[in-house]
Design a protein around this ligand. Structure first.
Ligand SMILES: Nc1ncnc2c1ncn2[C@@H]1O[C@H](COP(=O)(O)OP(=O)(O)O)[C@@H](O)[C@H]1O
Ligand SMILES: N[C@@H](CCC(=O)OP(=O)(O)O)C(=O)O
Length: 374
């Protein structure tokens, strides 16, 4: 049986393309390969799959534009190369996607943008809005101001965090090998491809040699760790050869390609568990009876109109406890407004938020995707 057929058909994918693959091992951008992937991604969009592309390669493109043949060691040199190379990357994607009538949007992020709760909500809001608009977000690390990935040459982690951020069903990591082998195939010609494994299988990291190529440098270890991170919000990961013929299209047809690392939990359940455990409770939001009923029975978002009181010292994006009038906890969730703003809008219709605060982030106090019933 084709084991990948058992995986539910994904609706939202993060596709990550590594430096080695993108730059044909350092010889400038491989435009033929980029044209091929973008053509496939355009078809996936037509099938209704929402896509976020996480693309490495800024340093490699910058090095090539500067005529540097060796990856520099000084961080500022790497950062300068990345800033320069990022222009080449986005130019390439924009021109290729344009042929299919698709717009791209550049999103530069750091890990902190995803772990800081307020920025998490902002990044999530921007990316999901871009997806609704039919745009392809092209994400890379913001190498000018952060150096998590550039130092380790590992955009795999960033791709996994993006998968968490947008509740992706699937993280596809395109790389220069056909997938994960039971030993590094560069030094072990007899190594066998692992076609499928549970993401928490402890033997996986032992298979992945630590070192990797000269351009991207994270290797397979970072890909396996990324798969574990992605699994927190229920995403399955496929590590697969980007050079395989029609690789993305065949994956969308549920063909077994590369290495499938299964998350083991359904996305919604996993995501809610992850949210509930992600930080401490910073405040309390007391609901009226109507809001309690709506949350419990129809799983809708919490609007300010259904809130009687708020307390604590929470900021936008913090975790708050939602209680009934008697103080019993009903739910927990990430709140869209800080305590001062929340105090002013509770009991009011969402259409009044802008008049009261002078701005409006979201119409909900807590969006249902960020709410867990307890
Ligand atoms: N068990 C393994 N299976 C496959 N590749 C491995 C394994 N262990 C180490 N590697 C190395 O990891 C490299 C891919 O990682 P990396 O160079 O960081 O690529 P990318 O730029 O695509 O992120 C492969 O070229 C391979 O040499
Ligand atoms: N953000 C940087 C470095 C990221 C990187 O090399 O990652 P990868 O090739 O995925 O292992 C870049 O775009 O060059």
């Amino acid at each position: 049986m084709n084991t990948q057929q058992s995986v539910e058909k994904p609706q939202r994918w993060v596709v990550k393309i590594g430096s080695a693959l993108l730059t044909a091992n350092g010889k400038g951008l491989d435009m033929a390969a980029i044209a091929d992937w973008t053509a496939q991604m355009a078809q996936l969009r037509q099938q209704g799959i929402e896509l976020v592309l996480v693309s490495s390669g800024a340093v490699a493109v910058g090095m090539s534009r500067l005529g540097w043949t060796e990856r520099p060691h000084a961080l500022h040199d790497l950062q300068a190369a990345a800033a320069l190379g990022q222009m080449g990357l986005v130019q390439a994607y924009e021109s290729c996607f344009q042929k299919f009538g698709l717009h791209t949007a550049q999103v530069l992020l750091g890990h902190d943008d995803i772990s800081a709760r307020d920025r998490y909500l902002n990044a999530r809001g921007t990316l999901t809005t871009l997806l609704k608009l039919g745009v392809i977000p092209v994400v890379n690390e913001n190498d000018t101001v952060v150096t998590d990935e550039i130092r380790f040459g590992d955009n795999d982690t960033l791709a996994a965090l993006v998968a968490n951020l947008i509740d992706a069903d699937r993280l596809v990591i395109l790389t220069d090998q056909d997938g994960l082998y039971n030993a590094d195939p560069r030094s072990n010609p007899d190594a066998r491809l692992v076609t499928e494994a549970a993401v928490d299988d402890v033997s996986l990291e032992q298979m992945a040699g630590g070192s990797a190529g000269a351009l991207g440098r994270g290797g397979m270890v970072t890909k396996i760790r990324a798969a574990k991170l992605a699994a927190r919000s229920g995403a399955n990961t496929v590590i697969v050869g980007g050079a395989l013929d029609e690789v993305l299209l065949r994956l969308s047809l549920q063909q077994s390609l590369g290495t499938l690392l299964k998350a083991g939990r359904r996305p919604l359940v996993a995501r809610k568990q992850w949210l509930a455990g992600m930080s401490r409770v910073n405040g309390v939001v007391q609901l009226d009876d109507g809001a309690v009923k709506v949350l419990r029975e129809s799983g809708r978002s919490l609007l300010p109109v259904g809130v009687r009181a708020v307390s604590g010292s929470f900021g936008r994006g913090d975790l708050v406890s939602c209680t009934d009038a008697g103080g019993h906890e009903i739910a927990r969730g990430l709140v869209n407004y800080n305590v001062f703003d929340a105090q002013q809008i509770i009991g009011k219709g969402s259409e009044q938020i802008e008049d009261i605060l002078g701005y409006r982030c979201e119409e909900e106090l807590i969006h249902r995707d960020n709410l867990v019933l307890v």
